[in-house]
Every structure is written in structure tokens, then in C-alpha cells.
Design a protein around this ligand. Structure first.
Ligand SMILES: [Zn+2]
Length: 150
């Protein structure tokens, strides 16, 4: 029986279950959208801003009409740090990696991991696009990579 989280890159190390997000609660629609390759965020009908992380009301105006809608997920790196030390055994084979806040056109900043890029090639302001990593039937993770082809 294979660990549903998959084997950590780098292999050869003892296998630890991969830490995965909780798929229920306010964020459930977010994860369902990722599973079909889309990024959906809540949008507040009152102040017309997007809300993240998901919650039952708008934290900006306390409006309760927050509806899910698909957003343009091509963004840019707002800030980042390079992680050299794994904070969970699963990440031992992944470090060093870049943990970034990616700002989307709608203004939301998503915490994420950058992939397909060397840490030394990352700088603030570079354009990035989503990379959907399907872990299993329920879980798809959202990473970002430098935008290809302009
Ligand atoms: Zn609002």
C-alpha cells in the first residue's frame, strides 16, 4: 500500500507521511477548485474585494455575502525566503526550496512554494504562473513557477 502522500523527492530516506491540508470547512471549495485545475477565491459582494484565507465573512467589511469565483492565477512574487532546513521530515528531500507570497491580479497574496526554479534565480517581482500538483483524488496542491514564454 503506497503512502497516499507520495514519496519525498530524493528518496532513500525513511518514509514519512506527507503533511497535507485539511479539506473540510470553509476552505473546501478552494481545494475542490484546485482538484480541477482552477484557483477560486471568495469575493465579497459588499466591498468587492477578494478574501483569503477562506472564511464565512469578509474580514475587511464583515459582509457575509462572500461567493466563490475563479480568479486569474498568474501573479508575481511579492516576497520570498529560501528554506534550507526542513520543518517536517517529508521536506528533507525538497530543501532548499523557495517559500513565497505570490500576489495575484485580484490583490490577494497566496503563501506558496515555488517550483521549477533555483532559489538563486528568484527575485521579487518576477512573473509566475500556477503549477497544480495532484497528490491524490482529493488533494491537489498549488505551487507557482516562473512564467514561461512571457
Ligand atoms: Zn467586504
Amino acid at each position: 500500500m503506497k503512502d497516499p502522500g507520495g514519496d519525498a523527492p530524493g528518496g532513500g530516506m525513511p518514509s514519512f507521511p506527507r503533511p497535507l491540508p485539511a479539506l473540510e470547512g470553509d476552505a473546501a471549495p478552494y481545494w475542490r477548485a484546485l482538484a480541477r485545475g482552477a484557483v477560486e477565491l471568495q469575493h465579497c459582494a459588499a466591498c468587492r474585494r477578494h478574501v483569503f484565507p477562506p472564511r464565512p465573512f469578509c474580514p475587511l467589511c464583515l459582509g457575509r455575502e462572500v461567493a466563490w469565483q475563479e480568479v486569474d492565477a498568474r501573479g508575481r512574487v511579492a516576497t520570498f525566503t529560501t528554506v534550507h532546513r526542513a520543518t517536517h521530515p517529508w521536506f528533507t528531500g525538497v530543501v532548499p526550496y523557495v517559500y513565497a507570497l505570490v500576489e495575484l491580479p485580484c490583490g490577494v497574496r497566496l503563501p506558496t512554494r515555488l517550483v521549477d526554479v533555483r532559489p538563486e534565480d528568484v527575485c521579487v517581482g518576477i512573473d509566475v504562473e500556477p503549477r497544480f500538483e495532484r497528490v491524490d483524488d482529493a488533494v491537489t496542491l498549488l505551487h507557482f513557477a516562473p512564467r514561461s514564454g512571457g
